[in-house]
Design a protein around this ligand. Structure first.
Ligand SMILES: [Zn+2]
Length: 222
């Protein structure tokens, strides 16, 4: 089983882990089991996991937890974790539209990871080259965007991440279809990346301005 030891020294921001736990909804005890196995978080008196939203947690253990979940639960659970994370993390200010989300997802990703105590995104210097890879979002046509996900997270997690982003932006359900480019590699099949296609339906528009805050909502502590 992959141990992700190449990511030692890397950490993930607490808000992402909080989103992960929230993704389990009523089944929080399952999240507790998988994360505590990797020594992520602490337990309160009731035996429920406590994640510090502004803390930092080891990335290798976090990725092992994903692997175990993918193996021991269903696909819908992994997808739901992506939805939970995207709805809880900080977004760059300019990501308050569909187009902004696609273009800035990589900045948001780097904002929530650090190496040896140094964040991988600096507001002045930009992104630091690292092993965590990227999300490369680009416009293909007036009605199609693609996001190439070349990072150590699972394929289904990233599909959920995009769906969670659409929800947070208040995009009308069904007006944007998210599919995996079948002709492109897939990390679930030993590929290096996955390419997700966002297709705008009739009547929908890119660049919908959202009134949704780019700051995470209340209730991020358990
Ligand atoms: Zn894939």
């Amino acid at each position: 089983m992959r141990d992700f030891s190449e990511y030692r020294g890397y950490e993930v921001y607490g808000l992402s882990v909080v989103g992960f736990v929230k993704g389990f909804a009523a089944f929080r005890s399952i999240a507790t089991t998988f994360l505590m196995r990797e020594n992520i978080g602490t337990l309160d008196r009731e035996g429920t996991i406590v994640i510090e939203p502004h803390g930092w947690y080891p990335l290798d253990g976090y990725l092992r937890a994903f692997n175990a979940i993918a193996r021991e639960t269903g696909e819908s659970v992994v997808r739901q974790l992506g939805v939970g994370v995207m709805q809880n993390v900080h977004w760059p200010k300019e990501a308050d539209s569909l187009e902004g989300m696609v273009r800035l997802i990589n900045v948001g990703y780097h904002m929530h990871h650090r190496r040896d105590g140094v964040p991988l995104h600096d507001p002045v210097k930009g992104l630091t080259p690292s092993l965590i890879g990227s999300y490369e979002g680009r416009k293909v046509s007036d009605s199609v965007f693609v996001i190439e996900c070349a990072n150590p997270y699972p394929c289904l997690f990233d599909q959920g991440l995009v769906q969670g982003g659409l929800r947070r932006l208040g995009v009308k359900p069904g007006s944007v279809t998210v599919t995996h480019e079948a002709s492109r590699p897939c990390r679930a099949k030993d590929g290096e990346s996955c390419t997700l296609r966002l297709q705008l339906g009739p009547g929908a528009e890119w660049g919908i301005r959202s009134r949704v805050s780019t700051r995470p909502g209340p209730g991020i502590r358990f």
